[in-house]
Design a protein around this ligand. Sequence first.
Ligand SMILES: Cc1cc2nc3c(=O)[nH]c(=O)nc-3n(C[C@H](O)[C@H](O)[C@H](O)COP(=O)(O)OP(=O)(O)OC[C@H]3O[C@@H](n4cnc5c(N)ncnc54)[C@H](O)[C@@H]3O)c2cc1C
Length: 384
Amino acid sequence: MRLTRQHELFRTSVRSVLERECAAVDEWERAGAMPVHELYRGLGGEGLLGLTLPAGHGGLGLDLGYSYVWAQELGRLAAGSPAMSLSVQTDIVLPLLSAAGSGRVVEEFVRPAVRGERVAALAATEPGGGSDLAAVRTTAVPDGDEVVLDGRKAYITHGSVADFAVVLCHLTAADTAATGLDSLALVVVPADLPGVVRERYGAKLGNRACDHGSLEFTGVRVPREYVLGEPGTGYEWLSRVFTRERAFLAAVAAVRAQRALAGALGRARERGVLGRRLAEHQAVSFALAELDAELALVEQYTGEVFRLLQEDRPALRQASIAKLRATRLEREAAEAQLRVHGGEGYLDGGPVERAWRDARAGALAGGADEALLHLITAYLTTDH
Ligand SMILES: Cc1cc2nc3c(=O)[nH]c(=O)nc-3n(C[C@H](O)[C@H](O)[C@H](O)COP(=O)(O)OP(=O)(O)OC[C@H]3O[C@@H](n4cnc5c(N)ncnc54)[C@H](O)[C@@H]3O)c2cc1C
């Protein structure tokens, strides 16, 4: 992705907005919650929640380079939670609703969400499994000018705080047990409707300030206009969502890997062992050099994925590769940082330990590593 002077000017301004709006991120992590509605109103007021959406939908109509810079700047923050939360709103749900939603969806959900007045969730995973679309059991049954939803969703970012969720389900007749890809559909469901029950996950490994919850739908009625896209296009839209999501997560992870590597290097250059700085021990310096080399490649490749997206070219395979390698690198760099910090890293409850905990989500959220390998294998073994 070729970034211009304008993109870099945007970087400077977004950095200072995020430093101001997320100044309390350490506190949020300790408390295990962040004031998501307040944060979103602040960022919405700055125009940051609709960078690439058309002006007619309340956005700024900017190119994907701005989304790339936005991801990178979110990655610079001292915890993973703000990036995990905001990616759902700005680069998963809103681009989807803007592209596939009816006029009513744009008015009732996109515009308010761009202003930061509504918080979104994407509810795809079910208790029966997230990696396998065959596990989707949630149904939306047409009834007059409404559809009626029944089912359960698990591990959903913003699950207990979102104002609405885009729910992956089967659009099907009442007496048909749909399981194939053709009946998959994405439906917008306001969270305050009768029949929606939400529960928050409490203790968790990382990204503690970011909300995660489960959702249960029992006979929930929404207007037909809340079903996204034409009938039979649900799977296609989902693939587009996954592509942009994975590109975004890769860009965030590459910066977080860079942060962890810098932290490891800083410590290795100051701490002495056996009469030499840690960085002068080849076992340490080679390990960090390997990370640096890998990072250079991952950064370059992730930028290329954004370029493909900007040119509206197919990029699911490339985005999956970038996400697989960038999030793995983030884990490796976080591990290296923890290692060179010795006991202090394990015991201080601070950023070194947090980076290690937060990084683990990269192997799951946005697609488990093995699910991505499964997809890459499919490209290897079939003609495209
Ligand atoms: C922090 C976080 C945030 C999340 N946010 C959201 C969200 O906003 N919306 C949403 O819908 N979901 C969300 N998820 C759920 C996430 O998408 C799922 O956890 C993920 O898709 C894996 O599904 P699963 O947990 O059901 O594991 P399963 O599908 O049961 O898989 C279990 C394990 O099996 C292995 N595996 C998977 N596929 C294969 C394969 N083909 N071959 C071999 N091994 C395999 C993997 O190691 C995997 O971890 C989130 C998860 C986390 C941890």
